[in-house]
Design a protein around this ligand. Structure first.
Ligand code: GDP
Length: 459
Protein backbone atom coordinates (compact mmCIF):
# COMPACT_ATOMS: atom_id res chain seq x y z
CA UNK A 1 0.00 0.00 0.00
CA UNK A 2 1.10 3.60 -0.19
CA UNK A 3 1.93 6.36 2.27
CA UNK A 4 0.06 9.64 2.34
CA UNK A 5 1.55 12.63 4.15
CA UNK A 6 -0.73 15.41 5.30
CA UNK A 7 1.28 18.60 5.11
CA UNK A 8 0.56 22.26 5.66
CA UNK A 9 1.20 25.06 8.09
CA UNK A 10 -0.13 24.86 11.68
CA UNK A 11 -3.88 25.05 12.26
CA UNK A 12 -5.10 24.24 8.79
CA UNK A 13 -6.73 21.10 10.18
CA UNK A 14 -4.14 18.39 9.59
CA UNK A 15 -4.83 16.55 12.83
CA UNK A 16 -8.57 16.62 12.30
CA UNK A 17 -8.14 15.11 8.88
CA UNK A 18 -5.65 12.59 10.24
CA UNK A 19 -8.16 11.49 12.86
CA UNK A 20 -10.89 11.21 10.29
CA UNK A 21 -8.78 9.08 7.96
CA UNK A 22 -7.39 6.87 10.68
CA UNK A 23 -10.47 6.64 12.83
CA UNK A 24 -10.21 7.81 16.38
CA UNK A 25 -9.64 4.50 17.98
CA UNK A 26 -6.55 3.91 15.88
CA UNK A 27 -5.13 7.39 16.21
CA UNK A 28 -1.85 7.54 18.01
CA UNK A 29 -1.41 9.16 21.40
CA UNK A 30 -2.39 12.72 20.84
CA UNK A 31 -3.92 14.33 23.85
CA UNK A 32 -0.86 14.38 26.04
CA UNK A 33 -0.40 18.03 26.92
CA UNK A 34 3.13 19.26 26.58
CA UNK A 35 4.34 16.32 24.57
CA UNK A 36 5.41 17.50 21.20
CA UNK A 37 5.08 14.79 18.68
CA UNK A 38 6.91 15.02 15.52
CA UNK A 39 5.55 12.81 12.81
CA UNK A 40 2.75 10.56 13.78
CA UNK A 41 1.46 7.76 11.76
CA UNK A 42 -1.69 5.72 11.37
CA UNK A 43 -3.44 3.29 9.08
CA UNK A 44 -5.89 5.27 7.01
CA UNK A 45 -8.78 4.30 4.88
CA UNK A 46 -11.31 5.91 2.60
CA UNK A 47 -13.86 3.54 1.19
CA UNK A 48 -11.96 0.57 -0.20
CA UNK A 49 -8.58 2.33 -0.35
CA UNK A 50 -6.11 1.75 2.45
CA UNK A 51 -2.88 3.56 3.11
CA UNK A 52 -0.51 4.76 5.77
CA UNK A 53 -1.06 8.36 6.86
CA UNK A 54 1.65 10.60 8.22
CA UNK A 55 0.87 13.86 9.92
CA UNK A 56 3.35 16.55 10.92
CA UNK A 57 1.48 16.89 14.19
CA UNK A 58 4.25 18.37 16.32
CA UNK A 59 4.03 21.64 14.48
CA UNK A 60 0.77 22.63 16.07
CA UNK A 61 2.43 23.07 19.43
CA UNK A 62 5.52 24.91 18.33
CA UNK A 63 5.05 28.63 18.72
CA UNK A 64 8.54 30.01 19.07
CA UNK A 65 10.76 31.63 16.50
CA UNK A 66 12.14 28.32 15.28
CA UNK A 67 8.84 27.40 13.65
CA UNK A 68 9.77 28.14 10.02
CA UNK A 69 12.90 26.01 10.23
CA UNK A 70 11.13 23.15 11.94
CA UNK A 71 8.21 23.32 9.62
CA UNK A 72 10.49 23.02 6.64
CA UNK A 73 12.51 20.20 8.17
CA UNK A 74 9.47 18.24 9.29
CA UNK A 75 7.65 18.78 6.03
CA UNK A 76 10.69 17.58 4.14
CA UNK A 77 10.85 14.46 6.23
CA UNK A 78 7.16 13.81 5.73
CA UNK A 79 7.48 14.38 1.98
CA UNK A 80 10.44 12.06 1.74
CA UNK A 81 8.61 9.27 3.56
CA UNK A 82 5.48 9.57 1.47
CA UNK A 83 4.28 8.43 -1.92
CA UNK A 84 1.76 11.21 -2.11
CA UNK A 85 1.34 14.49 -0.23
CA UNK A 86 -1.99 15.97 0.67
CA UNK A 87 -1.29 19.68 1.00
CA UNK A 88 -3.85 21.53 3.10
CA UNK A 89 -4.53 25.21 3.15
CA UNK A 90 -7.24 26.97 5.13
CA UNK A 91 -10.00 27.97 2.72
CA UNK A 92 -11.29 30.63 5.08
CA UNK A 93 -7.93 32.33 5.43
CA UNK A 94 -6.87 31.94 1.81
CA UNK A 95 -3.31 31.53 0.58
CA UNK A 96 -0.64 32.87 2.95
CA UNK A 97 3.07 33.45 2.30
CA UNK A 98 3.87 30.32 4.31
CA UNK A 99 1.53 28.33 2.08
CA UNK A 100 3.41 29.61 -0.96
CA UNK A 101 6.74 28.56 0.52
CA UNK A 102 5.44 25.08 1.28
CA UNK A 103 3.86 24.81 -2.16
CA UNK A 104 7.20 25.55 -3.74
CA UNK A 105 8.91 22.93 -1.60
CA UNK A 106 6.29 20.38 -2.63
CA UNK A 107 6.56 21.20 -6.32
CA UNK A 108 10.27 20.55 -6.18
CA UNK A 109 10.37 17.59 -3.85
CA UNK A 110 7.13 15.61 -3.75
CA UNK A 111 6.40 12.92 -6.34
CA UNK A 112 2.63 13.49 -6.20
CA UNK A 113 0.69 16.32 -4.60
CA UNK A 114 -3.03 16.65 -3.97
CA UNK A 115 -4.02 20.18 -3.06
CA UNK A 116 -6.97 20.68 -0.75
CA UNK A 117 -8.61 23.73 0.77
CA UNK A 118 -9.86 22.68 4.16
CA UNK A 119 -12.58 24.22 6.32
CA UNK A 120 -14.47 24.66 3.05
CA UNK A 121 -17.90 24.36 4.57
CA UNK A 122 -19.99 27.47 3.98
CA UNK A 123 -19.65 30.41 1.65
CA UNK A 124 -16.84 32.16 3.49
CA UNK A 125 -14.55 29.56 1.97
CA UNK A 126 -15.19 30.19 -1.71
CA UNK A 127 -12.62 32.91 -2.11
CA UNK A 128 -9.92 30.77 -0.54
CA UNK A 129 -10.75 27.90 -2.82
CA UNK A 130 -10.35 30.07 -5.89
CA UNK A 131 -7.12 31.58 -4.59
CA UNK A 132 -5.69 28.08 -4.13
CA UNK A 133 -5.35 27.73 -7.92
CA UNK A 134 -2.50 30.23 -7.87
CA UNK A 135 -0.31 27.72 -6.00
CA UNK A 136 0.28 25.92 -9.28
CA UNK A 137 -0.64 22.52 -7.91
CA UNK A 138 -3.70 21.92 -9.99
CA UNK A 139 -7.32 21.93 -9.01
CA UNK A 140 -7.88 22.24 -5.28
CA UNK A 141 -10.31 19.87 -3.58
CA UNK A 142 -12.79 21.47 -1.23
CA UNK A 143 -12.68 19.61 2.07
CA UNK A 144 -14.05 19.90 5.50
CA UNK A 145 -12.14 17.47 7.68
CA UNK A 146 -14.34 18.36 10.60
CA UNK A 147 -17.64 17.83 8.84
CA UNK A 148 -16.55 15.04 6.55
CA UNK A 149 -17.19 17.03 3.38
CA UNK A 150 -15.24 16.26 0.20
CA UNK A 151 -14.16 12.76 1.19
CA UNK A 152 -15.60 11.41 -2.07
CA UNK A 153 -13.43 13.78 -4.06
CA UNK A 154 -10.43 12.79 -2.01
CA UNK A 155 -11.21 9.15 -2.72
CA UNK A 156 -11.37 9.86 -6.46
CA UNK A 157 -8.02 11.62 -6.28
CA UNK A 158 -6.48 8.68 -4.44
CA UNK A 159 -7.86 5.94 -6.66
CA UNK A 160 -5.31 6.29 -9.46
CA UNK A 161 -2.55 6.25 -6.85
CA UNK A 162 -4.05 3.17 -5.22
CA UNK A 163 -4.00 1.53 -8.64
CA UNK A 164 -0.22 2.04 -8.76
CA UNK A 165 0.10 0.27 -5.40
CA UNK A 166 -2.17 -2.72 -5.87
CA UNK A 167 -2.22 -3.79 -2.24
CA UNK A 168 -3.97 -0.59 -1.28
CA UNK A 169 -7.29 -1.95 -2.42
CA UNK A 170 -8.99 -3.88 0.30
CA UNK A 171 -10.43 -6.46 -2.06
CA UNK A 172 -9.66 -9.25 0.27
CA UNK A 173 -11.79 -7.96 3.06
CA UNK A 174 -14.90 -7.88 0.96
CA UNK A 175 -15.08 -11.37 -0.38
CA UNK A 176 -12.17 -13.14 -1.76
CA UNK A 177 -14.22 -15.55 -3.82
CA UNK A 178 -15.40 -12.81 -6.12
CA UNK A 179 -12.17 -11.00 -6.66
CA UNK A 180 -9.74 -13.36 -8.21
CA UNK A 181 -6.75 -11.51 -9.49
CA UNK A 182 -5.34 -13.52 -12.30
CA UNK A 183 -3.28 -10.76 -13.71
CA UNK A 184 0.09 -12.33 -13.15
CA UNK A 185 3.09 -12.89 -15.26
CA UNK A 186 3.20 -16.57 -16.20
CA UNK A 187 6.95 -16.85 -16.37
CA UNK A 188 7.87 -14.48 -13.59
CA UNK A 189 6.41 -14.74 -10.14
CA UNK A 190 8.57 -15.42 -7.15
CA UNK A 191 10.03 -12.89 -4.82
CA UNK A 192 10.62 -9.38 -6.07
CA UNK A 193 11.56 -6.21 -4.26
CA UNK A 194 9.50 -3.13 -4.95
CA UNK A 195 12.28 -0.69 -5.73
CA UNK A 196 13.01 2.51 -3.89
CA UNK A 197 10.58 2.43 -1.01
CA UNK A 198 12.00 1.88 2.45
CA UNK A 199 11.41 -1.47 4.11
CA UNK A 200 9.42 -0.80 7.24
CA UNK A 201 10.73 -2.68 10.23
CA UNK A 202 9.98 -2.83 13.94
CA UNK A 203 12.36 -4.20 16.52
CA UNK A 204 10.40 -5.82 19.32
CA UNK A 205 11.29 -7.85 22.38
CA UNK A 206 11.42 -7.75 26.13
CA UNK A 207 13.00 -4.84 28.00
CA UNK A 208 16.80 -5.04 27.99
CA UNK A 209 16.94 -7.38 25.03
CA UNK A 210 19.01 -4.66 23.39
CA UNK A 211 16.47 -3.02 21.08
CA UNK A 212 17.82 0.50 21.53
CA UNK A 213 21.37 -0.71 21.13
CA UNK A 214 20.45 -2.50 17.92
CA UNK A 215 18.57 0.43 16.47
CA UNK A 216 21.43 2.77 17.31
CA UNK A 217 23.85 0.37 15.67
CA UNK A 218 21.69 0.43 12.54
CA UNK A 219 21.40 4.19 12.61
CA UNK A 220 25.16 4.49 13.04
CA UNK A 221 26.29 8.04 12.54
CA UNK A 222 22.82 8.97 11.49
CA UNK A 223 21.43 9.05 15.01
CA UNK A 224 18.10 10.66 14.45
CA UNK A 225 16.82 9.72 17.87
CA UNK A 226 19.26 12.00 19.63
CA UNK A 227 19.87 15.04 17.48
CA UNK A 228 20.27 18.64 18.64
CA UNK A 229 16.52 19.09 18.33
CA UNK A 230 16.10 16.27 20.81
CA UNK A 231 12.94 17.61 22.37
CA UNK A 232 11.08 17.09 19.19
CA UNK A 233 12.94 14.37 17.35
CA UNK A 234 13.35 11.97 20.26
CA UNK A 235 9.70 11.38 20.27
CA UNK A 236 9.58 10.49 16.63
CA UNK A 237 7.48 7.50 15.82
CA UNK A 238 9.68 6.32 12.99
CA UNK A 239 13.09 7.06 11.54
CA UNK A 240 14.29 6.52 8.03
CA UNK A 241 17.84 5.38 7.48
CA UNK A 242 20.01 3.97 4.76
CA UNK A 243 21.42 0.74 6.19
CA UNK A 244 24.04 -0.98 4.04
CA UNK A 245 22.60 0.49 0.89
CA UNK A 246 18.96 -0.36 1.61
CA UNK A 247 16.47 2.26 2.78
CA UNK A 248 14.74 1.25 6.01
CA UNK A 249 12.08 2.85 8.09
CA UNK A 250 12.39 1.78 11.72
CA UNK A 251 9.45 2.10 14.06
CA UNK A 252 9.92 3.28 17.54
CA UNK A 253 8.84 0.88 20.26
CA UNK A 254 8.31 1.06 23.99
CA UNK A 255 11.88 0.35 24.99
CA UNK A 256 13.27 3.08 22.83
CA UNK A 257 10.81 5.58 24.07
CA UNK A 258 11.79 4.75 27.62
CA UNK A 259 15.35 5.62 26.73
CA UNK A 260 14.18 8.89 25.31
CA UNK A 261 12.99 9.91 28.79
CA UNK A 262 9.56 11.02 27.76
CA UNK A 263 7.24 11.61 30.71
CA UNK A 264 6.19 8.72 32.85
CA UNK A 265 2.65 9.19 31.64
CA UNK A 266 3.54 8.01 28.19
CA UNK A 267 5.04 4.87 29.67
CA UNK A 268 1.59 3.56 30.47
CA UNK A 269 0.75 3.60 26.83
CA UNK A 270 3.90 1.82 25.89
CA UNK A 271 2.58 -1.72 26.29
CA UNK A 272 0.46 -1.26 23.22
CA UNK A 273 3.35 0.54 21.59
CA UNK A 274 5.14 -2.61 20.56
CA UNK A 275 1.86 -3.90 19.21
CA UNK A 276 1.37 -0.74 17.23
CA UNK A 277 4.85 -1.00 15.79
CA UNK A 278 3.95 -4.51 14.63
CA UNK A 279 0.93 -3.18 12.79
CA UNK A 280 2.98 -0.59 10.93
CA UNK A 281 5.94 -2.79 10.17
CA UNK A 282 6.42 -4.94 7.12
CA UNK A 283 9.16 -7.00 8.71
CA UNK A 284 9.15 -7.56 12.47
CA UNK A 285 12.50 -8.29 14.06
CA UNK A 286 11.88 -10.26 17.24
CA UNK A 287 14.95 -9.56 19.32
CA UNK A 288 15.72 -12.20 21.95
CA UNK A 289 18.26 -11.96 24.74
CA UNK A 290 20.45 -15.06 24.49
CA UNK A 291 20.51 -15.23 28.30
CA UNK A 292 16.71 -15.34 28.60
CA UNK A 293 15.43 -16.41 25.18
CA UNK A 294 11.81 -17.12 24.33
CA UNK A 295 10.26 -15.36 27.29
CA UNK A 296 6.48 -15.26 27.32
CA UNK A 297 6.54 -11.65 26.18
CA UNK A 298 8.69 -12.61 23.18
CA UNK A 299 6.33 -15.43 22.30
CA UNK A 300 3.28 -13.22 22.51
CA UNK A 301 4.64 -10.55 20.23
CA UNK A 302 6.02 -13.07 17.75
CA UNK A 303 2.61 -14.70 17.63
CA UNK A 304 0.98 -11.33 17.13
CA UNK A 305 3.33 -10.55 14.25
CA UNK A 306 2.37 -13.82 12.58
CA UNK A 307 -1.34 -13.22 13.09
CA UNK A 308 -1.00 -9.72 11.69
CA UNK A 309 0.59 -11.26 8.63
CA UNK A 310 4.03 -9.66 8.98
CA UNK A 311 7.29 -11.13 7.81
CA UNK A 312 9.31 -12.18 10.84
CA UNK A 313 13.02 -12.45 11.51
CA UNK A 314 14.19 -13.75 14.88
CA UNK A 315 17.46 -12.23 16.07
CA UNK A 316 19.25 -13.59 19.12
CA UNK A 317 21.21 -10.76 20.73
CA UNK A 318 24.21 -10.66 23.08
CA UNK A 319 25.75 -13.60 21.24
CA UNK A 320 29.13 -12.15 22.29
CA UNK A 321 28.38 -13.29 25.86
CA UNK A 322 27.80 -16.92 24.87
CA UNK A 323 30.59 -19.35 25.69
CA UNK A 324 29.16 -22.59 24.32
CA UNK A 325 28.01 -21.38 20.96
CA UNK A 326 27.34 -24.66 19.07
CA UNK A 327 25.45 -26.20 21.96
CA UNK A 328 23.44 -23.04 22.54
CA UNK A 329 22.55 -22.89 18.88
CA UNK A 330 21.05 -26.38 19.03
CA UNK A 331 19.08 -25.48 22.14
CA UNK A 332 17.74 -22.34 20.48
CA UNK A 333 16.71 -24.19 17.33
CA UNK A 334 14.89 -26.80 19.34
CA UNK A 335 13.12 -24.16 21.47
CA UNK A 336 12.16 -22.19 18.38
CA UNK A 337 10.51 -25.18 16.72
CA UNK A 338 8.69 -26.16 19.89
CA UNK A 339 7.58 -22.72 21.13
CA UNK A 340 6.88 -20.94 17.86
CA UNK A 341 5.65 -23.61 15.44
CA UNK A 342 3.58 -20.96 13.69
CA UNK A 343 6.82 -19.27 12.58
CA UNK A 344 8.20 -22.40 11.00
CA UNK A 345 10.80 -21.47 8.43
CA UNK A 346 11.46 -17.98 9.79
CA UNK A 347 15.17 -17.14 9.88
CA UNK A 348 17.03 -17.00 13.17
CA UNK A 349 20.18 -14.88 13.23
CA UNK A 350 22.76 -14.57 16.02
CA UNK A 351 23.89 -11.00 16.58
CA UNK A 352 25.69 -8.71 18.93
CA UNK A 353 24.16 -5.27 18.80
CA UNK A 354 27.00 -4.10 21.01
CA UNK A 355 29.91 -5.22 18.84
CA UNK A 356 28.07 -5.13 15.52
CA UNK A 357 28.82 -8.77 14.81
CA UNK A 358 26.18 -10.56 12.74
CA UNK A 359 24.42 -7.36 11.68
CA UNK A 360 25.28 -8.01 8.04
CA UNK A 361 23.53 -11.37 8.25
CA UNK A 362 20.58 -9.72 9.97
CA UNK A 363 20.40 -7.24 7.11
CA UNK A 364 20.39 -10.06 4.56
CA UNK A 365 17.72 -11.98 6.48
CA UNK A 366 15.44 -8.94 6.68
CA UNK A 367 15.76 -8.11 2.99
CA UNK A 368 15.09 -11.72 2.05
CA UNK A 369 12.09 -12.01 4.39
CA UNK A 370 10.69 -8.84 2.87
CA UNK A 371 11.13 -10.16 -0.65
CA UNK A 372 9.47 -13.43 0.30
CA UNK A 373 6.59 -11.56 1.87
CA UNK A 374 6.07 -9.94 -1.54
CA UNK A 375 6.17 -13.26 -3.40
CA UNK A 376 3.80 -13.56 -6.34
CA UNK A 377 3.23 -16.98 -7.89
CA UNK A 378 1.45 -17.32 -11.20
CA UNK A 379 -1.79 -19.24 -11.32
CA UNK A 380 -0.39 -21.63 -13.90
CA UNK A 381 2.52 -22.63 -11.68
CA UNK A 382 0.26 -22.94 -8.66
CA UNK A 383 -2.13 -25.27 -10.41
CA UNK A 384 0.62 -27.45 -11.83
CA UNK A 385 1.89 -27.69 -8.29
CA UNK A 386 -1.55 -28.43 -6.89
CA UNK A 387 -2.09 -31.21 -9.41
CA UNK A 388 1.18 -32.84 -8.38
CA UNK A 389 0.38 -32.52 -4.67
CA UNK A 390 -3.09 -33.97 -4.94
CA UNK A 391 -1.91 -36.79 -7.16
CA UNK A 392 0.48 -37.88 -4.41
CA UNK A 393 -1.71 -36.95 -1.45
CA UNK A 394 -5.37 -36.55 -2.32
CA UNK A 395 -7.54 -34.95 0.34
CA UNK A 396 -9.29 -37.42 2.63
CA UNK A 397 -12.85 -38.46 1.93
CA UNK A 398 -14.82 -37.75 5.10
CA UNK A 399 -17.95 -39.93 5.41
CA UNK A 400 -17.44 -41.17 1.91
CA UNK A 401 -17.81 -37.74 0.31
CA UNK A 402 -15.03 -37.07 -2.10
CA UNK A 403 -13.54 -33.58 -1.95
CA UNK A 404 -12.48 -32.22 -5.28
CA UNK A 405 -9.84 -29.51 -5.24
CA UNK A 406 -10.56 -27.54 -8.37
CA UNK A 407 -8.29 -24.60 -8.69
CA UNK A 408 -5.89 -22.42 -6.75
CA UNK A 409 -4.90 -18.81 -7.16
CA UNK A 410 -2.94 -16.17 -5.28
CA UNK A 411 -5.20 -13.25 -4.44
CA UNK A 412 -2.74 -11.10 -2.56
CA UNK A 413 0.88 -10.62 -1.48
CA UNK A 414 2.20 -9.17 1.79
CA UNK A 415 1.71 -11.86 3.05
CA UNK A 416 1.19 -14.38 0.26
CA UNK A 417 -2.49 -15.29 0.33
CA UNK A 418 -4.09 -18.07 -1.66
CA UNK A 419 -7.57 -19.23 -2.36
CA UNK A 420 -8.33 -22.83 -3.10
CA UNK A 421 -11.64 -23.67 -4.69
CA UNK A 422 -13.01 -27.00 -3.53
CA UNK A 423 -16.22 -28.93 -4.02
CA UNK A 424 -16.89 -29.14 -0.25
CA UNK A 425 -14.59 -26.53 1.31
CA UNK A 426 -15.82 -27.07 4.88
CA UNK A 427 -14.88 -30.72 4.75
CA UNK A 428 -11.18 -30.09 4.11
CA UNK A 429 -9.45 -30.85 7.41
CA UNK A 430 -7.06 -28.43 9.08
CA UNK A 431 -4.12 -30.79 8.82
CA UNK A 432 -4.61 -31.15 5.08
CA UNK A 433 -4.56 -27.36 4.78
CA UNK A 434 -1.37 -27.32 6.84
CA UNK A 435 0.10 -29.93 4.53
CA UNK A 436 -0.61 -27.65 1.55
CA UNK A 437 0.75 -24.53 3.27
CA UNK A 438 3.94 -26.33 4.26
CA UNK A 439 4.27 -27.58 0.71
CA UNK A 440 3.86 -24.09 -0.71
CA UNK A 441 6.47 -22.78 1.70
CA UNK A 442 8.91 -25.51 0.74
CA UNK A 443 8.38 -25.67 -3.01
CA UNK A 444 8.18 -21.94 -3.65
CA UNK A 445 10.90 -21.03 -1.15
CA UNK A 446 8.93 -18.80 1.20
CA UNK A 447 10.65 -18.86 4.61
CA UNK A 448 9.93 -16.11 7.11
CA UNK A 449 6.47 -15.12 6.01
CA UNK A 450 3.03 -16.16 7.10
CA UNK A 451 1.12 -17.88 4.32
CA UNK A 452 -2.65 -17.68 4.22
CA UNK A 453 -4.80 -20.29 2.54
CA UNK A 454 -8.54 -19.87 2.29
CA UNK A 455 -11.01 -22.38 0.94
CA UNK A 456 -13.99 -21.39 -1.09
CA UNK A 457 -16.60 -23.43 -2.81
CA UNK A 458 -16.14 -23.76 -6.52
CA UNK A 459 -17.98 -25.99 -8.89
P1 GDP B 1 16.19 -2.35 25.25
O1 GDP B 1 15.49 -2.20 26.56
O2 GDP B 1 15.72 -3.59 24.55
O3 GDP B 1 16.18 -1.16 24.38
O4 GDP B 1 17.73 -2.71 25.63
P2 GDP B 1 19.04 -1.77 25.59
O5 GDP B 1 19.44 -1.51 24.19
O6 GDP B 1 18.87 -0.63 26.48
O7 GDP B 1 20.12 -2.77 26.17
C1 GDP B 1 20.02 -3.30 27.50
C2 GDP B 1 21.40 -3.62 28.02
O8 GDP B 1 21.98 -4.70 27.27
C3 GDP B 1 22.37 -2.47 27.91
O9 GDP B 1 23.16 -2.48 29.07
C4 GDP B 1 23.20 -2.82 26.68
O10 GDP B 1 24.49 -2.27 26.72
C5 GDP B 1 23.24 -4.31 26.75
N1 GDP B 1 23.41 -4.90 25.42
C6 GDP B 1 22.68 -4.64 24.31
N2 GDP B 1 23.12 -5.38 23.26
C7 GDP B 1 24.14 -6.13 23.72
C8 GDP B 1 25.00 -7.11 23.10
O11 GDP B 1 24.93 -7.44 21.93
N3 GDP B 1 25.94 -7.69 23.91
C9 GDP B 1 26.07 -7.36 25.21
N4 GDP B 1 27.02 -7.96 25.89
N5 GDP B 1 25.28 -6.44 25.81
C10 GDP B 1 24.32 -5.84 25.09
Amino acid sequence: SFTLAIVGRPNVGKSTLFNRLVGRKLALVDDQPGVTRDLREGEGRIGPVRFTVIDTAGLEEVTDASLPGRMRALTERAVDSADVCLFLIDARVGVTPVDRTLAELLRKRAPRVILAANKAEGRAAEAGLIEAWELGLGEPLALSAEHGIGMDDLLRALEPIAAEFPDAAAIFEVDVGDEVDDNVDEEGGGAALPAGRPIQIAVVGRPNAGKSTLVNAILGEDRLLTGPEAGITRDAIAVTVDWMGTPFRIFDTAGMRKKAKVQAKLEKLSVSDGLRAVKFAEVVVVLLDVQVPFESQDLRIADLAEREGRAVVVAVNKWDLEEEKPQKLNELREAFGRLLPQLRGAPMVMVSALTGKGLDRLHTAIVKAYAVWNTRISTARLNRWLAAQTADHPPPAPAGRRIRLRYMTQVKTRPPTFVLFASIPDAVPEDYKRFLVNGLRRDFDMPGTPIRLYLRSGD
